[in-house]
Design a protein around this ligand. Structure first.
Ligand code: ZN
Length: 134
């Protein structure tokens, strides 16, 4: 397993980590397999979406904040219940096929860490599974 460390700079933010994950895949020398990406946190998420137009990221965060407002009579005493709920909506992992030694992503797809309670230092855990074809 390899780890990526990301320092976020805003409370709500999407950080493109496609380049870092691609580098790990290429260094692994795995040609055919699966790349599993997991975040060990309860107030951020990970997703795959468009990395061409940054307004897509803005719209995703806008919608998640509309859906789960920062203050809504939550019971959790830390005051970051919105972040916990948004984390569960987005999820903690993604899997991408590895083909010919690279991530098999769609043309417009990127992998994003979704910060919901930053700024913080976040870890991303990456495991490449080698599936040798016989
Ligand atoms: Zn909390």
């Amino acid at each position: 397993m390899e780890k990526i460390v990301i320092r976020t700079t805003k409370r709500k933010q999407m950080v493109d980590i496609t380049g870092q994950v691609s580098s790990i895949v290429q260094r692994s020398n795995v040609k055919t397999g699966l790349c599993f990406v997991f975040i060990p946190h309860t107030t951020c998420g990970i997703t795959i979406n468009e990395n061409a137009d940054p307004s897509v990221r803005d719209d995703l965060l806008f919608f998640l904040c509309e859906l789960v407002p920062e203050n809504s009579g939550y019971r959790h005493s830390e005051g970051n219940s919105d972040a916990h709920i948004q984390s569960s909506i987005v999820g903690q992992s993604v899997s991408i096929i590895v083909q010919d030694g690279n991530l098999a992503l769609g043309v417009w797809q990127g992998i994003f860490l979704c910060e919901f309670d930053g700024p913080r230092t976040r870890s991303v855990w990456v495991q490449i599974l080698d599936i040798r074809s016989s």
